[in-house]
Design a protein around this ligand. Sequence first.
Ligand code: FAD
Length: 386
Amino acid sequence: MSAPLTIIGSGMAGFGLARQLRNRDAERPITLITADGGDDYSKPLLSTGFAKRLSPERLVARPALQVAQDLNVTLRTHTFVDAIDTSSRSLQLGAETLAYDQLVLATGAAPTLPFTIPDELAERVMTVNDLDDYRRFHSSLAALQRPAKVVVVGTGLVGCEFADDLVAGGHSVSMVAPEEILLARLLPAELGRALGDAFLEAGIQLYCGTTVSFFWHEQGAVAVKLNGGDTLHADLVLVATGLRPRMTLAASAGLSVSPNGIVVDRYLETTVRGVFALGDVACVDGLNAMYVQPLQAGAKALAATLTGSPTLVNYGPWPIMVKTSLLPIVSLPPVESAVRWRTEGSGRDLAAFAESDDGQLQGFALTGDCVRRKVRLARLAPPLLG
Ligand code: FAD
């Protein structure tokens, strides 16, 4: 029997690709290997579950066994790929060697931590980047049997969405980050301040312009020492200080990697023929977007390529919808850094336009009622990858 097309990773990229492949070829042997439980879930929903008090089970769209049956794939769960040998086209899984025909790395991105979490605080200081993390955080919250005091470290998209969601779920939240404004990578200062005002009004305490120095265990809770001198006390700490593509496998196998991910061309092929990368781990033509729409476009193009129709991936001008119910936000950050921001509107209803020297729209950010303008503005903006 010929070796299967093999996908490492069962996130939205891995499963998305398997689905697209099956639309084009019902029979080709496909093996999907994942370090986690392999349940199909939508990662963006992780930061909307606490408001609705969703159990981890409610976030599972389809259990692993059912996905394997529906997609007619061999799904190996709780299986870690230790190494890739591209010369013999094989994978090392512990003591087992597994041959592949073509290989796709969809290994995603892992949280980065700017500090060490003491072992005794592992159940109180956490990151939430997959379903298993959500399970742990959810069970620690449930164990309290009362609203929790949560410190969220990081004021990027993930930190702001979790803060908003936890407050909506009745918990009390403080946020800590070195940046002076919220969502600093997605919004110009005026709009970041508008979100900050909405958060403050909802009772979220903001410690901006400072960082966490260290944690310690104190009377069944966590004490968080800030560099500015304050000490916060919390039941739980949620760390959302960024994600880094998981590239160790690729780098050890001799594939080219950059700080932004595994280097791939517009066919999503790495520097080794027959090995591809997709999703948060892939840096496509110098760009790693780390959002759902780019990985969906990638899955579609790669499925065509792997079934005999080589297809370049294109990314449109896709705005990011930030799931902050306290203030709706949409952002299409400019790819070019040489832009001027121009802002219209008042109060919390703001529209900011990133324009080049010749007045061309390069990106935009919208808050409040102005989010309604997203579709029309997106039509005027350049594609992320044209
Ligand atoms: P992952 O989901 O991380 O999957 C990686 C897979 O690789 C896992 O199955 C893992 O077990 C496996 N794996 C890794 N290493 C190995 C190994 N060595 N051996 C075996 N298996 C391995 N994007 C949006 O567009 N809109 C949103 O609203 C949005 N909200 C978000 C909210 C949160 C809280 C987070 C964390 C992200 C959000 N994103 C959002 C980003 C989006 O969810 C990600 O871009 C996307 O889910 C990444 O999917 P992936 O398959 O590339 O990676």
